[in-house]
Design a protein around this ligand. Sequence first.
Ligand SMILES: [Zn+2]
Length: 310
Amino acid sequence: MNQHSSTKTSRTLPSRRKFITDTATIIGSALIVSSPFDASARFLSLDEPVTVGQIIDRFISQVPRGPIENTVDTLKSGSRDTIVTGIVTTMFATIEVIRKAIALGANFIIAHEPTFYNHQDNTQWLENDDVYRYKADLLKQHSITVWRNHDYIHSLATDGVRKQVVEQLGWQRFGDPAQNVFNLSPAVTLKQLISEAKKRLNIQMVRYIGSPDQLCSKVVLMPGASGGTRQIEAISKNKPDVLMCGEISEWETAEYVRDARAKGDKVSLVVLGHIASEEPGSAYMAKWLKENFPAIKTTHIPAGNSLSFL
Ligand SMILES: [Zn+2]
């Protein structure tokens, strides 16, 4: 599934005027407003053009296990030979995020999750779908390359997502970021635990099972979508006070926790939301790019939650 295109890039370098117009466009409050003076930094980088392939290879060179076979971290559009004019990091390359990248003059999006609604980004079944076509055409029209960085960032010496989430929660002193289990000291109530997690991870609302006054010390933290089997096995093995996870299948983990409580166990469940639970990993990706390719303008755009709460 790895796409290693050998074709020459068809993208021509943008004119200075075009670049200034692009970067002067203000789109959304989350973005930094660029001044034309930023252009100097970018044009320095154009003296030594950097390709998509060079950036991907630099990241992979820092992963201890090296290139991964059968990874989902493939190009979802564009080509390795594209000369990068700007980068956007995000959890999901949504149509909104793509539009913001276009307005920023960025032609490379690094997303953590799939672009086309399934883990492998298989698009055969979507060929006649209007939404898929719109998104694929938008990427093509604006020569935007999308790379998924999922398996690689999770394979850094310490999982690059988990490490950032633990730091943002301020839990480094309660456990090894490479592990699931954290022993909070002093213990806090479930209500306090939830309110602190919401604040630190910028979450509007979480779903939970448990009693708000229950004291919690041992927490199993599983950002993202680990799957019901792994979540249930982690509860079974570690007997935590709480499982705090990204997302669940309602018919799997939630039903297990409900039965465990009915049996007399005091385990609780906190569902943070998949995107919020891994967002610090995508923000870290932007930081990594700024350190490794400082001449290229990188912007982290939070994809936000697709779901609203009433
Ligand atoms: Zn992930």
